[in-house]
Write a new protein. Structure first.
Length: 229
């Protein structure tokens, strides 16, 4: 799962400090109230440009918004999440249909993963999620092992054609959905210990990977819309 992907931005308080220093420096060379007012307006506009750029970058990183844990674990809500996992293989195939190698090698945002890497990452992430689900069902709150998503995305197999990962995702999700549909309310209360995130029950994990499915599919479809592909 790509929660570890980072986007380095300048904190708002640092923007204020930087802008304040620039204002004081420039004011020494400018005279008169009108010049200082104009300078302050320019700096405020610069601050807004920085904030706007950060918002745009966040929009590209999170086209459907950040993950929010579900407030409820009712069976009807879980059924909707399971349906998302059922539909992912077809939705992902539709999202990449007709893309050539140059397009597959295009990052979905500046300094982001390529479309090809995104597809391979979904396979990597959901393999881990499936295994964690089975561990949680068969052990008492096992401690799972995280993996370095960014490092995995740079391995040689992330440069392979995407057909293998698409087929893998289709087979994996068939098994995963069948398992999820057979689980009871008590099963969804089981979970695992994540060394960085703490205890994660399977109801939350299901919601998280339903979001993850839509999140990465939207990376691809949003890129195609922007590029006119």
């Amino acid at each position: 799962m790509c929660f570890s992907a980072s986007c380095e931005v300048v904190p708002y308080q640092n923007i204020d400090l930087i802008s304040g220093s620039l204002e004081r420096l420039a004011a020494r060379k400018l005279h008169g109230r009108r010049s200082r007012v104009a300078l302050r307006g320019f700096i405020l506009l610069s601050r807004w440009d920085k904030v706007s750029a950060m918002t745009e970058q966040d929009d590209l990183r999170y086209p459907i918004g950040r993950f929010t844990p579900p407030a409820s674990s009712l069976s009807g809500i879980r059924a909707a999440y399971i349906q998302t996992l059922r539909q992912l293989p077809a939705n992902l195939r539709a999202a990449v249909a007709g893309l050539n190698d140059d397009q597959l090698n295009t990052p979905y945002r500046e300094d982001g993963w390529t479309v090809r890497q995104v597809v391979h990452h979904i396979a990597d992430s959901h393999i881990n999620a499936y295994v964690r689900t089975k561990l949680a069902l068969t052990e008492d709150w096992p401690t799972i092992k995280p993996y370095d998503e960014a490092a995995w995305a740079k391995l040689p197999d992330s440069r392979l054609p995407i057909d293998g990962s698409l087929a893998l995702i289709e087979a994996l999700h068939g098994c995963w959905v069948a398992l999820l549909e057979a689980m009871t309310d008590d099963d969804f209360r089981k979970g695992y210990n994540h060394p960085e995130r703490g205890r994660v029950n399977l109801a939350t994990a299901l919601a998280m990977y339903a979001w993850h499915s839509r999140h990465h599919t939207a990376h691809i479809t949003s890129l195609r819309a922007r590029m006119g592909w």
